[in-house]
Design a protein around this ligand. Structure first.
Ligand code: HEC
Ligand code: HEC
Length: 361
């Protein structure tokens, strides 16, 4: 695509139309009607429509992707779904090829346009040329997909398929530096002041996801970053196996009538804060019995965007006042729960149990 939308519209024929990132992606529905019209015409004349990153916003406006699969950089996924609910979006996929003629092609985050270009070269010039190009420019296919970059989108919690199975007994040993804070009942983070979260019996997949986010810096907390930075995937799996111990079962029914602010939360966290029977990965954290001040801190961080998570950033917006946050946090905190502070005397009750391992393949 040429730079100016209007000069592009003067092109009458072409096999491939490629849209890049429009500025202020997503906020410009209806802004380029001529260009959108032109895209439809080009498609009708046989062109393949391709997008890189948020370029899919412009292509989706044609309506041609309705009912079809596509991908977009995960940081735009929520915004995209809100604007184009009829498109099935897969932010964990590098390249999505849809349409009867394989005529609707979208690529995901930043450099995955390389994958798309290699695909197009293979398609139009042949596999040898694509291989040659890849070799020349040392381009690698993003064969792991984008799940490793999106914590919530991480793939299934299959049983250990790489590395050793998670070992809760080793995990307990590896947790020794963590007792200093997490092993002390009611231990407080200084600024801002809130109690450190209870970890014992929290879901293993969530513990691993959280540690990865701290390690990468995506979830900001300097001390936890320092703690997680030295942990390998195996260490995290072992620690998570120790902390989770016997998996939490989302029991039915809540102890108290739930406040109205909770209606949007129960689909994932259950009415009692123990979660739901659903194949979510990682499992949303157990909220029941967690410290209320920690829950408030977490919700405030999601709401102001400091802590990033696609579903939770949206959910926290629904709690419009600080009072709403307090009500919800207090409610979950007083629900019956297996969550406890992990102390040195916590017993490992299922040594050798096959505990799920987060694999971001
Ligand atoms: C100096 C105190 C301190 C130490 C030591 C520490 N943590 Fe933490 N940890 C915290 C605080 C504070 C938070 C909450 C941070 C936030 O707001 O995200 C936290 C959060 C966590 C969470 C996220 C829990 C949730 O519900 O989201 C996990 C998992 C965790 N820590 C694991 C560990 C492990 C494993 C170690 C040892 C390798 C460790 N921590 C050592 C203070 C500590
Ligand atoms: C679509 C599923 C979903 C819905 C609906 C949802 N959550 Fe969550 N929630 C999650 C996931 C997943 C996480 C973990 C996110 C992360 O890694 O930061 C989470 C994390 C949290 C945490 C952080 C807990 C911790 O230990 O750090 C709190 C608090 C929370 N949710 C409260 C709520 C509230 C209150 C609502 C309703 C307004 C809600 N959630 C709705 C999926 C959901």
């Amino acid at each position: 695509m040429r730079h100016s939308p209007f000069s592009a519209c003067s092109i009458a024929r072409g096999e491939v139309v490629l849209t890049g990132q429009p500025r202020e992606a997503g906020s410009q529905k209806g802004r380029y009607p001529r260009l959108v019209d032109w895209l439809r015409q080009m498609h009708a004349r046989g062109a393949v429509l391709c997008s890189a990153c948020s370029g899919i916003f412009l292509l989706a406006e044609t309506g041609l992707f309705d009912g079809k699969d596509a991908t977009v950089h995960f940081s735009y996924a929520q915004q995209f779904t809100a604007a184009y609910p009829a498109v099935a979006i897969h932010p964990e996929r590098v390249l999505v090829i849809a349409g009867l003629r394989e005529d609707l092609v979208s690529s995901d985050a930043s450099t995955t346009w390389h994958d798309m270009v290699l695909y197009l070269i293979a398609r139009y010039a042949g596999a040898t040329d694509a291989e040659e190009g890849a070799r020349m420019y040392a381009l690698q296919w993003h064969q792991d997909g984008l799940a490793p970059y999106i914590t919530f989108e991480g793939k299934s919690d299959r049983a250990a398929d790489d590395g050793a199975p998670a070992d809760p007994v080793l995990g307990k040993t590896k947790f020794y530096t963590c007792y200093g804070c997490h092993g002390v009942e009611g231990y407080r983070n200084a600024y801002p002041n809130y109690r450190v979260p209870k970890l014992r019996h929290q879901h293993a997949t969530y513990i691993i996801a959280a540690l990865r986010q701290y390690k990468s810096g995506e979830r900001p907390h300097p001390t936890m970053h320092a703690q997680a930075a030295s942990l390998s995937d195996q260490d995290m799996a072992d620690i998570a196996a120790y902390l989770q111990d016997v998996p939490v079962n989302p029991a039915a029914g809540a102890a108290a009538p739930a406040p109205k602010q909770l209606s949007a939360c129960t689909a994932c966290h259950g009415e009692n804060g123990l979660g739901v029977e659903a194949p979510l990965n990682p499992k949303p954290p157990v909220l029941a019995g967690q410290h209320a001040d920690y829950l408030e801190h977490a919700l405030t961080s999601y709401r102001n965007g400091r802590r990033k998570n696609i579903p939770m950033n949206g959910m926290a917006q629904l709690l419009t006042s600080d009072e709403d946050i307090k009500v919800v946090a207090a409610y979950f905190a007083r629900q019956p729960s297996p969550l406890t502070t992990a102390t040195n005397s916590s017993k490992v009750s299922c040594p050798g149990a096959s505990v799920v391992r987060f694999s971001a393949k």
